[in-house]
Ligand binder design. Structure first.
Ligand SMILES: *Cc1c(COP(=O)(O)O)cnc(C)c1O
Length: 440
C-alpha cells in the first residue's frame, strides 16, 4: 500500500508516512485506496474480540511492512482497556472511549502511534516534540511512556492548562520531559516548529512531531466503529454514529470504516460553536475561522486539520459529503441542558463533548418528522443512535459539577495523577535556551 499526500506532490510507504507525520508539500498522508474487508469478516464480526478486529483492520493498512506477530503484540498492548457500548435508552448507546490511561479517546491513537514509531525507527534514538494545550499532550506522554529509544518533550503554556491536565503532563518522569513555557499555546507551537526545522538538532537526532495529523493516529480510530457493530448488530437495527468533532480525525476514521464495508447508515458531525463544517455543508463554501472558546474545549477548532482528508475521500464534491454526513452545531447553553436532561431522564452522566454528540442524535431523529418523503424512504427512522463518548466526565469535573449541581466521583486513575509530584523545566519563550536543553 502506498501513502499519498492530499496535495499529491509526495508518495511514500507507511513507514515514512508515520515517521514524518506531515508530507513535504504540506499535505496529509492518505492510503492510496481504502482496502475492503471480505464478507466472511463481517459475518463473523460479533464473534471477534476488539483486539482481533484491530489486528484485521490494521493489517489491511500496514500490509507487509510489519510481521503478523509484531502487529498482534502491538495491538494487544494498545487495546488493553475496554470500549463498551453502554445503553442510555432503548435506541441510544454511548460508545465509551475513555477507559484508557488518560481517560480520553486520544489514548487509542496515541498509543498506537507511539508503538508504530518505535517499531519503524528500529532502535535509532528519537526525540518526539509535542506542543499541547492540554489533552493531546497527556495522551502522547502516556502513549510513549517507557517506549524504548524515544524521548518525548512536551511543551505546554504555563498557567493555561487545568490543574489536573498539568499533573497529567508533568508527573511521568523517565523518557517524558515537560517544558513549561512562559507564554501561550501559540508560542509553544512556534517553538516546536523551530525545533523540528533546526538544522543542528536534526543532524544530531531523529526528530518528529506527535501531532494529530499523523496517519498512525487515524488508523486505530477506525477499529472501534467495527467493535460497536460487533456489540450492537444483534439488535437488528441500522446504526447511526454521532461524532463530537474538532479536528475531525475521529469522524474521518469512521468514514474509513464505512468505506471498508461496514454498513453504517449515517454519520452525524456534532460540533460546538466552532461550526466551520456544518456551515460548509449548508453553503458549499469552506471558510476557516478563529476558534471560539466553549465548555467542550477539546473541540475548539476553527480550521479542522482533517478536513483536507475528508475532501480527498469525497473527491472534493460537496454533494458526496452531504450524502454521508449530517452536521449540526450547538451552543454551550444547549450542551448544558442536554447534560441535565440525560442525567435526569436516564441517569447517565455525559461529559460536555458527549453531550454535544447526544444533541446531534436528537436533532437528526427529529429531522425525520419534517423531512421530505424521499429522505424517509432512503433512511430507516428506527435506528440505534451511537454517540461517541470521548472523555470521562471527571476530566471536566469543574464544568460537570457546576452544570449538574452535584459531586461526581473521580476515578482512581485520575486521582493517582493528582497525588503525584509535578516535575517540569521552566522556559521563557526563547528558542536558543530550549535548544540548549535539547542538545544536552
Ligand atoms: C480531541 C477531542 C475531540 C475531537 O476529536 P477530533 O478527532 O479532533 O474531531 C472530542 N472530544 C474530546 C474529549 C477530545 O479530546
Amino acid at each position: 500500500m502506498k501513502y499519498i499526500s492530499t496535495r499529491k506532490q509526495e508518495e511514500t510507504n507507511i513507514k515514512t508516512a508515520i515517521l514524518k507525520g506531515l508530507a513535504d508539500d504540506g499535505g496529509l498522508f492518505m492510503p492510496e485506496y481504502i482496502p475492503q474487508l471480505d464478507a466472511e469478516f463481517f459475518e463473523n464480526l460479533p464473534n471477534l474480540s476488539l483486539q482481533e478486529i484491530g489486528f484485521r483492520v490494521a493489517k489491511e493498512f500496514l500490509g507487509e511492512s510489519i510481521s503478523d506477530e509484531n502487529l498482534k503484540e502491538i495491538i494487544d498492548e494498545v487495546l488493553n482497556f475496554e470500549i463498551p457500548a453502554v445503553k442510555i435508552s432503548d435506541n441510544i448507546y454511548a460508545l465509551e472511549l475513555f477507559h484508557g490511561p488518560t481517560m480520553a479517546f486520544k489514548d487509542v491513537g496515541a498509543r498506537f502511534m507511539a508503538r508504530m514509531m518505535a517499531y519503524f525507527s528500529e532502535g535509532k534514538p528519537m526525540k518526539v516534540i509535542a506542543a499541547t494545550s492540554g489533552d493531546t499532550g497527556s495522551a502522547v506522554a502516556s502513549g510513549f511512556f517507557n517506549v524504548f529509544g524515544i524521548e518525548v518533550y512536551i511543551l505546554y503554556p504555563k498557567g493555561k492548562v487545568s490543574p489536573l491536565q498539568e499533573k497529567q503532563l508533568t508527573t511521568w518522569g523517565g523518557n517524558i520531559k515537560a517544558l513549561e513555557i512562559d507564554g501561550t499555546f501559540d508560542d509553544c507551537q512556534t517553538l516546536a516548529k523551530q525545533i523540528l526545522s533546526d538544522e543542528e538538532l536534526n543532524q544530531k537526532f531523529t526528530l518528529t512531531s506527535a501531532n494529530s495529523i499523523n496517519i498512525a493516529r487515524l488508523i486505530p480510530q477506525s477499529f472501534y466503529y467495527f467493535w460497536a457493530f460487533a456489540q450492537l448488530q444483534n439488535l437488528g437495527k441500522p446504526i447511526v454514529f454521532s461524532v463530537p468533532s474538532g479536528n475531525f480525525g475521529n469522524l474521518t476514521a469512521g468514514l474509513f470504516a464505512k468505506k471498508m464495508g461496514l454498513p453504517i447508515q449515517q454519520f452525524i458531525a456534532s460540533t460546538n460553536a466552532n461550526d466551520v463544517v456544518p456551515k460548509f455543508l449548508e453553503s458549499g463554501h469552506y471558510e476557516a475561522k478563529l476558534s471560539k472558546q466553549t465548555i467542550s474545549n477539546a473541540m475548539d477548532v476553527g480550521n479542522p486539520s482533517n478536513f483536507e482528508r475528508m475532501k480527498s475521500l469525497f473527491n472534493n464534491d460537496v454533494s458526496e459529503f452531504r450524502k454521508e454526513i449530517e452536521a449540526y452545531s450547538f451552543s454551550d447553553d444547549e450542551t448544558k441542558k442536554a447534560m441535565i436532561k440525560v442525567k435526569k431522564d436516564f441517569g447517565y452522566t455525559l461529559d460536555p463533548h458527549g453531550a454535544v454528540a447526544y444533541l446531534g442524535l436528537e436533532t437528526f431523529r427529529k429531522s425525520f418528522d419534517s423531512a421530505p418523503d424521499d429522505k424517509n424512504a432512503l433512511l430507516d427512522k428506527d435506528f440505534i443512535g451511537v454517540l461517541l463518548e470521548t472523555a470521562h466526565p471527571a476530566k471536566f469535573v469543574e464544568v460537570v459539577e457546576n452544570v449538574l449541581k452535584e459531586k461526581i466521583e473521580i476515578p482512581e486513575k485520575l486521582e493517582a495523577f493528582r497525588k503525584k509530584e509535578k516535575r517540569s523545566v521552566e522556559f521563557a519563550v526563547d528558542f536558543e535556551l530550549v535548544k540548549e536543553f535539547l542538545m544536552e
